[in-house]
Write a protein that binds this ligand. Structure first.
Ligand SMILES: C[S@@+](CC[C@H](N)C(=O)[O-])C[C@H]1O[C@@H](n2cnc3c(N)ncnc32)[C@H](O)[C@@H]1O
Length: 399
């Protein structure tokens, strides 16, 4: 079957309406693309399909700036004009607010990634049969990568280093391994984090940081410098992270808040920069590496009396939570339904919700609105150019 894409809906799927039936098209399509598709699943109201070939490209497509464009599954929107990507993301987000939360949004503030590339300070690669790369779109076939243009230069140096080690120690590598490469632009260091159990020999290879042997890197986000374990979560796009921190800081400076609760707080990326403007901060995080890193910052900066880290699951903290006037939330993809269902236990006047999954975000916002909170601002910070991923920050106030 041949179709012309009319719209893109969450999570980045093409949509065409034909004889009252919705046809969903997977494969990184954008409005204006004409593609051949095959049916993957059929029901009474819709057809799920996958692209088998492009017949004509949308006028919003441009030349690939990556030699693996069209093959590598890393950037589903490689070759799509950046402004057009942002328009599609805005439209997906508006649709979700209406469908999941029943909220009609006139406009959404948009903060593009500057630069749109390179922007990644960490990326997860696959190592298979002596090669390193990403999987092809919709498959488990490896595309060998020598250089990834959306990754910061240090990650590409990491790929080169690993490719050499794979050749040198081929027999020590299992048939399949995933490894994350993380780069600190602040100190120009590169670290590796293999997933799962590995041999001692491999451990030594991966423990090697291009400058020295260690498991930590120093990062500068906003005005703060952090000493972070390779096992601590860091936001992927450092340029957008700076803007998010600046936006939260600006908000807090205007409001005169006393107590901040930062749930899913990691090492305190979003709340530690607020320390001089508030009286108390409580960060809740399950990962003990991140908590240790956060506590290290607190002790080096002598702010123990102001900042407390709770090393626990948010679900446990919610049994007997502390009260605060600002609640910051930055949950993983599954969102923070339990928190929203029990929001009165924290009773914040303000909520700042940063989300990498607009489906769970809009679900959670709906719960908050039922409990009397009103949206005061929605900002789409584009953290992931050339992919359909959407990062959103919502400010809510108790009405
Ligand atoms: C998207 S990251 C955000 C971290 C931090 N706000 C930042 O900007 O770096 C989500 C964090 O939530 C933590 N996390 C995931 N599930 C959790 C849970 N149930 N309870 C507590 N922390 C959790 C993860 O370890 C991770 O550090």
């Amino acid at each position: 079957m041949r179709v012309k894409i009319e719209k893109v809906v969450f999570p980045g799927v093409g949509l065409v309406k034909s004889n009252g039936k919705a046809i969903f098209v997977e494969g990184g399509v954008v409005p204006g693309d004409i593609v051949n598709v095959r049916t993957v699943k059929e029901s009474r109201d819709y057809l799920k399909t996958a692209v088998t070939g492009f017949v004509r490209f949308s006028e919003h497509r441009e030349k690939y700036f990556c030699r693996y464009g069209g093959k590598c599954g890393g950037c589903l929107w490689m070759g799509v004009n950046y402004d057009f990507q942002l328009q599609i993301k805005k439209s997906m987000l508006k649709d979700l607010f209406l469908r999941n939360a029943g909220i009609e949004i006139d406009d959404i503030d948009l903060v593009p990634s500057t630069p749109p590339y390179p922007y990644r300070l960490r990326a997860r690669f696959k190592i298979e049969n002596g090669k390193i790369g990403f999987y092809k779109r919709n498959s488990h076939e490896l595309v060998e990568i020598k250089n990834c243009p959306v990754c910061l230069d240090g990650i590409n140096r990491g790929i080169e280093y690993l490719s050499g080690k794979i050749k040198q120690y081929r027999s020590h590598f299992p048939s399949f391994l995933e490894v994350e490469i993380r780069y600190s632009p602040f100190e120009d260091s590169i670290l590796f984090r293999p997933a799962g159990k590995i041999s001692k020999k491999l451990k030594n290879i991966f423990l090697y940081d291009i400058n020295r042997e260690r498991e930590f890197q120093n990062f500068k986000f906003g005005d703060n410098t952090y000493h972070l374990s390779i096992n601590t979560f860091t936001q992927i796009n450092p340029f957008q992270n700076e803007k998010v921190i600046a936006r939260i800081k600006e908000f807090v400076m205007q409001k005169k808040l006393s107590k901040v609760i930062d749930l899913y707080g990691g090492f305190g990326n979003l709340s530690l920069p607020l320390e001089e403007f508030v009286e108390q901060i409580t960060v809740v995080e399950e990962n003990s590496y991140a908590v240790e890193d956060g506590r290290y910052f607190v002790s080096v900066n002598g702010i123990e009396s102001k900042v407390k880290f709770v090393n626990d699951r948010v679900e446990n903290f919610m049994n007997e939570p502390e009260r605060g006037d600002l609640l910051i939330l930055d949950p993983p993809r599954k969102g923070a339904k339990e928190v929203m269902n029990n929001i009165e236990k924290i009773s914040p006047h303000w909520i700042i919700y940063l989300s990498c999954n607009p489906a769970t975000l809009t679900r959670d916002v709906k719960i908050a609105t039922k409990k009397g909170y009103k949206i005061s601002d929605i900002i789409l910070f584009d953290f992931f150019p050339y992919t359909p991923e959407i990062e959103t920050m919502v400010f809510m106030e108790k009405g």
